[in-house]
Design a protein around this ligand. Structure first.
Ligand SMILES: Nc1ncnc2c1ncn2[C@@H]1O[C@H](COP(=O)(O)OP(=O)(O)OP(=O)(O)O)[C@@H](O)[C@H]1O
Ligand SMILES: [Mg+2]
Length: 251
């Protein structure tokens, strides 16, 4: 089962991804988390520090090739596959792979273009893969998320957030990418504005699978750099994500 979390920048993708992983943790499933955002912050949200990203691996391989350190006859793709496997971080509860970006001013598209192949290679090793995608729509046009089963689009209550969510729905149709399921999560909802917001959001035509309230404790954890995965179990965000996990039958 491949689940991707997408949406406009800053809407709560990393919050949702990390709490999704937390909620799945006790389920005896083999879980892989992928941070596909070049401005990576899923490891912090999960309380992990990462030494090597796919971007780093790619740089190493480029340098080794230029220096003639690749044995003749060796298949570069096999070496890359092997090195990517090596850069998967293992924890007792889940594994984590960070795409990262190349050094310097290089375009990070090359790294992201590798993502689809990586997902294909790794998917047989895990029961559930959760991908925290880069903000916006490019993961669709690059087709890095085309094999995703469940697309969870996160929006905040802003008009632009909702518009991006709507565009993700429309663009996937235009590109003929048919997720088995596509749902919307509305984040940062103020209690007294819930009805108004849900009405606004219904105009997107997307199915709302969950609502997360604006919660001071989330901002507090973020500003103090505390891992979001350690948010109290009874916090609203955790309760909302558990409900979503149940309604998607993920456990
Ligand atoms: N329910 C919430 N209540 C309060 N603050 C929230 C809530 N959800 C997210 N935030 C705040 O919004 C900011 C963005 O959240 P998050 O990092 O999860 O979004 P993102 O979509 O992953 O962002 P980016 O596109 O930069 O990766 C964070 O500072 C977080 O503290
Ligand atoms: Mg993020």
């Amino acid at each position: 089962m491949i689940i991707a979390v997408s949406g406009k920048g800053g809407t709560g993708k990393t919050l949702v991804s990390s709490l999704l992983i937390k909620s799945l943790m006790g389920s005896s499933k083999d879980i892989l988390a992928i941070d596909a955002d070049p401005d990576s912050n899923l490891p912090e949200a999960l309380g992990i520090s990462v030494e090597r990203t796919v971007g780093d691996v790619r740089e190493e391989l480029k340098k080794d090739t230029a220096a003639g350190n690749i044995p003749s006859g060796a298949n570069k793709w096999d070496i890359l596959d092997y090195k990517i496997m090596e850069s998967v971080m293992e924890t007792p509860e889940f594994d984590l792979l960070v795409m990262g970006r190349p050094e310097g001013s290089g375009c990070y598209c090359a790294v992201n273009n590798m993502l689809r192949k990586i997902i294909e290679t790794l998917s047989s090793n895990y029961d559930i893969i959760v991908i925290d995608t880069e903000a916006g729509l490019e993961h669709l046009s690059r087709r890095t998320t085309q094999n995703v089963d469940i697309m969870l689009v996160v929006t905040d209550t802003s008009k632009r957030g909702i518009l991006t969510a709507q565009r993700i729905g429309e663009l996937s149709k235009e590109l003929d990418i048919s997720f088995k399921e596509l749902h919307l999560i509305v984040n940062r909802v103020k209690l007294d504005k819930e009805d108004e917001v849900l009405k606004k959001v219904s105009e997107t035509g997307l199915n709302v699978i969950g609502t997360i309230y604006e919660d001071e404790i989330v901002s507090e954890y973020d500003s103090e750099g505390k891992p979001l995965i350690n948010l109290p179990d009874d916090s609203n965000a955790n309760a909302a994500i558990s409900k979503i996990v149940n309604s998607l039958n993920l456990k």
